[in-house]
Design a protein around this ligand. Structure first.
Ligand SMILES: Nc1ncnc2c1ncn2[C@@H]1O[C@H](COP(=O)(O)OP(=O)(O)OP(=O)(O)O)[C@@H](O)[C@H]1O
Ligand SMILES: [Mg+2]
Length: 447
């Protein structure tokens, strides 16, 4: 049943239903309050779960330290008894017969799931309807009859605090849920990454995708930016200075996290990836920095060799051959023993490109490869990029002010203006755009 088709039975059920979200305790493993962890779209666990509870139960109250959050609730009247104390608190205060009680570490629960628990409760003669999956039962995603307050209190008095023992002493019906990750528990940062990943992993067919990305530093920089890059394609990102082009590349490398929205790279959702996973992505996607970032104390050849050092699939002779091959590829064979300080900016860029290629990436990102370079060298770099695209089928993203370069290499273009992608489409369509910002930008180049 799709979410929009859920008929909110609470409207008919009157005060028969109520919803409670347990927000007790900090998680030592997450190092912070679980309720405030982010899920998709920048919402927190708390916001997502409470809105899903509200939809199905018609109300939501927090149990625990509710004053920290801006929602109504109750303090745990049996503190120190774990979640069972919270369950008792909810059932003690509730005016409703059926009470949905959910823990705040299951960020993928849905109103649809809750609806099925209430429906089973209202149809049968049970004390408790708990969600279950794969033989596991989840007592903290369950609907309880308010008469269970008594049993909760007596379990607490007996110091029998395990939730599983509690529900197995009740007349409990297990509602089996087919779809994961609806019940995924989040206890560690890795759980969060895996759960967000399994929820989203297959959700893009593009090599790179920005999906409704927002980024705010002190000011909003990116506002609802969406675009994608398919394998083997070259995307140009253009726009005035300071509009967020380099920030966009930073998101693709995972150096910068979006405030909202999703970023996919190498078909994977990298938005919430941990550093260790991002490092794997950065082996596939390399960046040629605006500055070139060469080591001044190493020769051109040594600079390239440096990025091969960690590869154990090459012996020393192989490595020399690869360095020579790459230098040839960028037309710099004769500069192998020179130092970067001997080279012009344009040649340094070419060395930086060769060094990026040494990692044998699937995708290469260029930040302003032709700025501060004379026209002949610009042309040379453009030709080199075109050659790499055609010979190596490298996927690329190029940030540039240089419209000649854009016309030479781009398949598709993103035009950023005031943080928004006001154009995204094939190069050929850019000139047809009637947007005055775009017309002005293109005209500037003609004078
Ligand atoms: N780490 C940061 N913290 C705060 N603000 C930042 C940060 N990085 C970038 N910005 C701001 O974001 C805006 C966009 O910067 P960005 O470097 O992406 O622009 P750009 O389009 O690449 O410009 P240029 O064409 O001059 O290279 C700028 O206002 C910049 O000051
Ligand atoms: Mg920049």
């Amino acid at each position: 049943m799709p979410a929009e088709d859920i008929r909110y039975h609470h409207l008919m059920a009157g005060a028969n239903r109520a919803g409670y979200l347990l927000v007790g305790g900090q998680s030592s493993r997450m190092g912070r309050d679980k309720a405030l962890l982010p899920i998709e779209g920048g919402q927190t666990f708390l916001e997502h779960i409470s809105s899903e509870i509200q939809k199905s139960a018609g109300s939501v109250k927090l149990i625990g330290d509710y004053k920290k959050y801006s929602l109504p609730g109750y303090r745990d009247v049996m503190p120190g008894n774990g979640p069972l104390g919270g369950v008792f608190t909810a059932l003690h205060y509730t005016p409703a017969k059926w009470n949905l009680i959910v823990a705040c570490d299951m960020p993928f629960v849905t109103a649809e799931l809750f609806e099925s628990l209430f429906a089973a409760a209202e149809a049968g003669d049970f004390d408790c309807i708990a969600a279950g999956h794969d033989g596991q039962i989840e007592p903290l995603c369950a609907v309880y009859h308010n008469r269970c307050a008594e049993a909760a209190l007596s379990a607490i008095e007996r110091k029998s605090l395990k939730m599983h023992d509690f529900v197995s002493g009740l007349k409990t019906f297990v509602q089996h849920i087919e779809k994961l990750p609806a019940l995924a528990n989040i206890n560690t940062p890795a759980d969060l990454a895996a759960a967000n990943g399994s929820a989203k992993r297959s959700d893009t067919s593009h090599y790179i995708e920005f999906r409704n990305v927002y980024k705010t530093f002190d000011q909003p920089v990116l506002v609802d930016v969406s675009f994608h890059v398919d394998p083997g394609e070259t995307l140009a990102i253009i726009g005035r200075s300071g509009v967020g082009k380099s920030v966009t590349l930073g998101h693709i490398m995972g150096f910068i996290k979006p405030t909202r929205g999703r970023v996919f790279v190498s078909y994977l959702d990298i938005t919430d990836m941990e550093e260790a996973e991002l490092r794997k992505i950065r082996k596939k996607v390399t960046m040629v920095f605006q500055s070139g970032a060469l080591f001044d104390s190493l020769t051109v050849g040594e600079n390239i060799l440096f990025s091969l050092e960690l590869r154990d699939d090459y012996n020393e002779q192989n490595k020399e051959d690869v360095v020579d091959g790459l230098l040839q590829m960028v037309d710099l064979a004769e500069y192998k023993d020179h130092y970067p300080s001997d080279l012009s900016t344009g040649y340094k860029r070419a060395v930086a490109i060769a060094r990026a290629l040494a990692a044998q990436p699937e995708c290469i990102l260029y930040d302003e490869p032709t700025t501060m370079v004379d026209p002949i060298m610009s042309d040379h770099i453009g030709n080199l990029m075109l050659r790499l695209k055609n010979q190596l089928r490298l996927t690329s993203v190029v940030v540039t002010h240089d419209l000649d370069l854009m016309y030479k290499v781009a398949d598709r273009v993103v035009f950023l203006s005031e943080g928004r992608s006001i154009f995204f489409g094939p190069l050929a369509d850019l000139e047809k755009s009637t947007d005055p910002n775009i017309q002005e930008f293109l005209a500037m180049d003609r004078v």
